[in-house]
Design a protein around this ligand. Structure first.
Ligand code: SF4
Ligand code: SF4
Length: 437
């Protein structure tokens, strides 16, 4: 049975800072064992869409990067280009992606190593992985910068996800490591049964030039599958590669919805794609950390972050992404929902109720599909042993420096000497505080 190392989210000292807890779990799981001197070590994370606010803060990444350097590794922070999931998506090219993550606080200066968009400038720099054991995908394409790394820390924000129902290690790996063509594959572009080509299509609902989104709709398709005349849309479904760009527009006006089981099949494909990334790196070459904090109902790839649906659950680490996500899902199920959140609106506030099936998905898709498929295809196990890890003792310096701050001041003040004004500060001798209470 795989071990999942766990620390809760309470913090009352240096040693119990959430950053310290993440590093404590890194050591408890012995992730350092896979890092040899000069190894290129990818730190994979989602750095957030434009104006999202729930993504993992850069400080966690910097701490991991410093840890990897201390072990002799050569770290790089990686992510990949996205599909145009909605009209103004901000990470569809490497150029856009780097601009977005810099705005979100991720630069070489902040994280302490290069940030690499691992599938290249246009999202086509990838490595093909054969996947005969896949549940639905029989091949997958992984960003070359990830597939060619020596090892990887999968640093994942555990939260909801509109397509996968929840997002954790499997989603960060399955979607986040796939190149753009890999994302087309896992989102079932061109699939005859589940893909967008199979979606119900009702062109009569299009009002053509009278539509306020007429101009956007005319520009939305990168492969020329959509034409909008003055009167009506024409969709050439044989040309459609399933990039999802038109999905929100056409769903809103009722011209095209999703094929039956699209989201269920995509959830399954996410786990397949995660297996492809694991195969690309090889056995015992990926350590997985989930930060179950700021557990918003939707993913960090939307342009907003709603109130968390459950309180922070804590920090989790494992060598097994299926076990890791299963442990996080179980903790979320055991938790009460957050007052005033979507959990309340959906009636899943009580402990014991699955939260993500109701809150994370557009369509009430089961939160169990990703880990169930992950187990079925041999990526990991849903059985796990949860190991409560105590904080490090005070000999481990989770401090800024080992030089006491006062010692630095005394050196400065000895030279400058005027921090305390001669005769003291001008202040009232006594005031009536009672009135202010
Ligand atoms: S398909 Fe829909 S969004 Fe596009 S022009 Fe017609 S009504 Fe507008
Ligand atoms: S028609 Fe197909 S390829 Fe064109 S924007 Fe829509 S999903 Fe993408």
């Amino acid at each position: 049975m795989e071990k999942v190392y766990f620390m809760d989210d309470r913090s009352q000292s240096n040693q119990t800072s959430l950053v310290a807890k993440m590093l404590t779990l890194f050591d408890a799981a012995r992730f350092g064992d896979m890092i040899k001197p000069n190894d290129v070590v990818a730190v994979k994370l989602h750095m957030g869409e434009f104006n999202n606010t729930a993504y993992i803060r850069p400080v966690y990444v910097r701490a991991l990067v410093d840890k990897i350097k201390s072990l002799g590794g050569d770290p790089m922070v990686v992510d990949t280009t996205t599909l145009p999931y909605f009209t103004y998506a901000s990470r569809v090219t490497a150029l856009d992606h780097l601009k977005t993550v810099a705005r979100n606080g991720f630069t070489m200066a902040s994280v302490g190593c290069p940030i690499v968009i691992a599938d290249g400038f246009a999202g086509t720099d990838d490595v093909r992985i054969d996947l005969p054991e896949g549940f639905i995908l029989k091949e997958q394409y992984i960003g070359a910068g990830i597939a060619l790394a020596d090892s990887m820390i999968m640093l994942s924000h555990f939260k909801g996800h509109p397509m996968g129902t929840y997002g954790g290690a499997l989603k960060n790996m399955g979607v986040g490591c796939a190149s753009k063509r890999g994302k087309l594959n896992l989102h079932l572009g061109g699939h005859p049964r589940y893909g967008l080509r199979a979606r119900p299509y009702v062109p009569e609902r299009c009002v053509g030039k009278n539509c306020p989104d007429f101009d956007i709709c005319r520009q939305i398709c990168s492969v020329g599958a959509i034409k909008v005349t003055e009167k009506r849309i024409q969709w050439d479904k044989e040309k459609c590669v399933g990039c999802l760009a038109c999905l929100p527009l056409l769903a809103m006006c009722g011209v095209a919805m999703m094929a039956d089981d699209y989201f269920d099949a995509t959830s399954a494909a996410i786990a397949d794609s995660a297996l492809a990334a694991a195969k690309a790196l090889g056995p015992k070459k990926i350590g997985y950390i989930n930060l179950a904090l700021d557990i918003s109902p939707f993913c960090d790839c939307v342009t907003y972050s709603d109130r968390a649906i459950v309180p922070n659950l804590g920090v989790f680490a494992s060598w097994d992404p299926v076990a890791l996500d299963s442990a996080c899902l179980q903790k979320a199920t055991e938790s009460s929902g957050m007052p005033g959140s979507v959990a309340m609106a959906k009636g899943v506030m009580d402990p014991g109720l699955p939260k993500f099936t109701a809150c994370g998905s557009f369509m009430g898709i089961s939160q169990e599909i990703q880990p169930n498929v992950g187990q079925k295809i041999g990526l990991g196990s849903r059985e796990y042993e949860l190991v409560d890890v105590p904080p490090m003792d005070n000999d481990v310096p989770f401090t800024f420096s080992r030089i006491p701050a006062g010692a630095k001041h005394s050196k400065l003040f000895a030279k400058k000497g005027d921090i305390y004004p001669p005769g003291g500060f001008k202040r009232a001798d006594e005031v009536d505080l009672e009135d202010m209470r």
